[in-house]
Design a protein. Structure first.
Length: 273
C-alpha cells in the first residue's frame, strides 16, 4: 500500500450524506447564522432529500457559517459506512445514535486532515513514523464512532491532546527557518488588529482570534494558523501558499481577492471574486 496517499477523502461529499451537519450540530443566531438551531433539530432549510434549499444563496440569506463549515468527510463516513446508508428520517430510532456518531467522528476527521498535512511537510520527515501511527489510531477511533462501547467525548479529547502535541512538534520543525525572528501569537486576541507592519513569516498563530484583522499583502509563509479564527480577516494580496495547516473553511470565512495566493490543494472561495 502506498502510505503517501490519503486513506480516505477528507472533504465533505454531500451526495453520500444524509444531511447530518444540518441536523446534529447546533448554532446560534449571529453574524454566521440567521437563526438559532438546537442540536438534533433539522435546519428549516433542509429539504426532504437532505439538500439545502438555499445552498446557492446561503451568504445572502445570513448563513455564511454554513458555507465555511467542513465536516472533513465525517458526514459521508457515518452515513454510508457506519450506518450503511440508513436514513434517520426513515428510521427515527437510529437518529440519536447517528447524530452522536457524527459529533464524535467530525473532530477526529479534522484531526486526520491535520495529520495528513503534517505528513506532507518535508521538514517533519523525522516524525513520519509517529505521525503515521497517530493517523492510523485516529482513523481507527473514528471507525468506532457510534458503535457499542465506542469512544465518547472525553476519550476523543484525550486522543486529540496527544496528537496535537505531535503536530506542534511538526510545526516547530517546519517553522525552523524563521525560529530566530518568528512571532509567537498563540491564542492572542487580534480582533480587528492592523498587522500589516509585522513580519508574520513562521509566526505561531495557533488558536489566535484574527476576526476582522487586517492582513493585506502580508507574507504568511510557514506561519501556523491551526485553529485560528479568520472570520472576516482581510487577506487581500496575502501570500498563503505555504501557510501551515490552513483549511478551506478558514479561507471561506475570510476576505480575499485575485491577488491572494493560496495553497494548491485548497479551492479559492467563489465570493472572493
Amino acid at each position: 500500500m502506498d502510505r503517501t496517499a490519503p486513506v480516505r477523502v477528507l472533504q465533505a461529499d454531500c451526495e453520500r450524506c444524509v444531511g447530518l451537519c444540518c441536523v446534529a450540530t447546533a448554532f446560534a443566531a449571529s453574524a454566521d447564522f440567521a437563526i438559532d438551531k438546537p442540536a438534533g433539530s433539522p435546519c428549516p432549510n433542509l429539504s426532504a432529500d437532505h439538500r439545502c434549499a438555499i445552498h446557492g444563496r446561503l451568504r445572502a440569506a445570513g448563513f455564511p457559517g454554513c458555507v465555511a463549515y467542513d465536516c472533513f468527510g465525517a458526514g459521508q463516513r457515518v452515513s454510508s459506512e457506519t450506518f450503511a446508508g440508513a436514513d434517520w428520517r426513515g428510521d427515527p430510532t437510529i437518529a440519536k445514535a447517528m447524530f452522536g456518531a457524527f459529533e464524535i467522528a467530525r473532530p477526529l476527521h479534522e484531526l486526520l486532515w491535520y495529520v495528513e498535512a503534517a505528513l506532507g511537510l518535508p521538514a517533519a520527515r523525522p516524525l513520519e513514523a509517529r505521525l503515521r501511527t497517530a493517523h492510523d489510531e485516529t482513523d481507527a477511533l473514528a471507525a468506532r464512532a457510534g458503535a457499542p462501547g465506542g469512544p465518547g467525548p472525553s476519550e476523543v479529547n484525550v486522543h486529540r491532546g496527544g496528537v496535537a502535541a505531535l503536530l506542534r512538534e511538526a510545526s516547530a520543525l517546519a517553522r525552523a527557518p524563521y525560529a530566530a525572528t518568528a512571532l509567537d501569537r498563540r491564542g492572542a486576541d487580534l480582533t480587528a488588529a492592523d498587522l500589516r507592519a509585522l513580519d508574520l513569516r513562521g509566526a505561531d498563530l495557533r488558536g489566535a482570534t484574527l476576526l476582522g484583522a487586517d492582513l493585506r499583502d502580508l507574507d504568511l509563509t510557514l506561519a501556523d494558523v491551526t485553529g485560528a479564527d479568520l472570520r472576516a480577516a482581510d487577506l487581500r494580496g496575502a501570500n498563503l501558499a505555504e501557510t501551515l495547516f490552513l483549511t478551506g473553511s478558514q479561507l471561506e470565512s475570510a476576505l480575499g481577492d485575485p491577488r491572494t495566493v493560496i495553497p494548491r490543494a485548497l479551492a479559492r472561495p467563489t465570493h472572493w471574486g
